[in-house]
Design a protein around this ligand. Structure first.
Ligand code: FAD
Length: 336
């Protein structure tokens, strides 16, 4: 477990020494090999968002966390993608009622318990697709979560279901299939080994001692708008790896400039900067494919993997505002 030293240097060591050399193997696997995730846990990176007193890294600045995410993503996006889903649970548990926090947070920070998340339905307009109805000393969840990443590599899912009044019940649900929790695997053109599934909740009982919080929907929307920076680090990671494989100083400078813009932009301009980062990853990966010639398209080349991953990053974590910004850049021809 990491307690001291330079976390950036350690992230680089794992990314370049373990994750990147194994990225094609991970990409071709059914489920991301567990030893990669164990390596991140052993290094303390499952506690990236946790306080020191609970066994977390206790990072004082968000910038360091973002850099670590980018470095890990530059090694193996599939591994990074499964791992990155965990941090929201850690952050949420820090603020949770004490018994829940004490029971789960240290285990989450050490990566002994690993979490996924099921919240993307909140972004869909129209009636909620996952609902919570009070029932005795708990809640009954019904509906579905279209995307839950890491199945088989996670122990719990931080799930968001809407109450009748629209408020969100956030709860830790065991990642165990059963008659009330059905799992539908998805086949993906990139990061397939992220083992992403659709989860169907059919009268799934959630005891009240698993409820992390109940949040007004408007509060969540504001927080969601303010939290868009993080996933930009996945695109930067892909672009950075392409720049390194191309040995391109110019592309590296572009990645640096894109990161600076993401870091400095105000929340209302973040969708535009996220669109820019995704487009940069796509262009960098395309350049790598072109520069490698025909062999780029063989399955043992990183170029085709990175190109598929860049394509995936166009839609992962896409909000309506990011989608509009991307379409504007790609289709309207404006690169302002
Ligand atoms: C491979 C993969 C893995 C993911 N893993 C996770 C995960 O582990 N956890 C998680 O919470 N999220 C996950 N996501 C979801 C992600 O965070 C985004 O929320 C999601 O990509 C949003 O885009 P979407 O295209 O899926 O949206 P969708 O909800 O499918 O909507 C598609 C488009 O249609 C519009 N739309 C949808 N419904 C309506 C409607 N009723 N009326 C009008 N317009 C509508 C939306 O605004 C959007 O523009 C994952 C996504 C992908 C692609």
């Amino acid at each position: 477990m990491l307690t001291a030293g330079d976390p950036i240097a350690l992230a680089r060591e794992i990314s370049d020494g373990v994750l990147f050399p194994g990225a094609l193997e991970a990409d071709a696997s059914e489920v991301v090999p567990i030893d990669r995730l164990d390596r991140l846990a052993d290094a303390g990176f499952y506690g990236l968002a946790g306080p020191r007193d609970a066994g977390g890294m206790g990072l004082s600045d968000f910038g360091t966390a973002l850099e670590i995410i980018e470095i890990i993503a530059s090694g193996c996006l599939t591994t990074a993608f499964v791992w990155v889903q965990h941090h929201g649970a850690v952050r949420a548990l820090v603020e949770a009622p004490e018994p829940l926090r004490d029971a789960w947070l240290p285990h989450l920070c050490r990566g002994e318990v690993r979490a996924g998340v099921a919240f993307s339905g909140l972004r869909r307009p129209g009636p909620p697709i996952l609902t919570a109805q009070a029932d005795g000393d708990g809640w009954r969840f019904n509906g579905f979560a279209p995307w839950v990443t890491g199945w088989g590599r996670i122990d719990v899912v931080r799930a968001a279901a809407r109450r009748k009044d629209g408020d969100i019940v956030w709860a830790l649900v065991d990642a165990k299939p059963g008659p009330t929790l059905r799992v539908e695997p998805l086949r993906l053109a990139a990061v397939n080994a992220s083992a992403t599934v659709t989860l169907r909740f059919e009268d799934q009982m959630v005891p009240s001692d698993r409820v992390i919080s109940i949040q007004p929907f408007d509060d969540w929307q504001a927080a969601d708008r303010a939290s868009l920076r993080l996933n930009g680090s996945l695109a930067l990671g892909v672009a950075r790896r392409c720049a390194s494989l191309l040995d391109s100083e110019r592309l590296t400078a572009e990645v640096d400039e894109c990161r600076r813009a993401l870091d400095e932009t105000a929340p209302d301009m973040m969708p535009e900067q996220r669109a820019r980062a995704s487009e940069l990853a796509l262009r960098a990966a395309t350049t790598l494919v072109v520069s490698g010639g025909g062999r780029s398209i063989t399955m043992d080349e990183h170029a085709q993997r990175l190109a598929r991953e860049a394509l995936f990053l166009l839609v992962f974590g896409q909000t309506p505002a990011i989608k509009a910004a991307q379409l504007h850049r790609l289709y309207d021809g404006s690169h302002g």
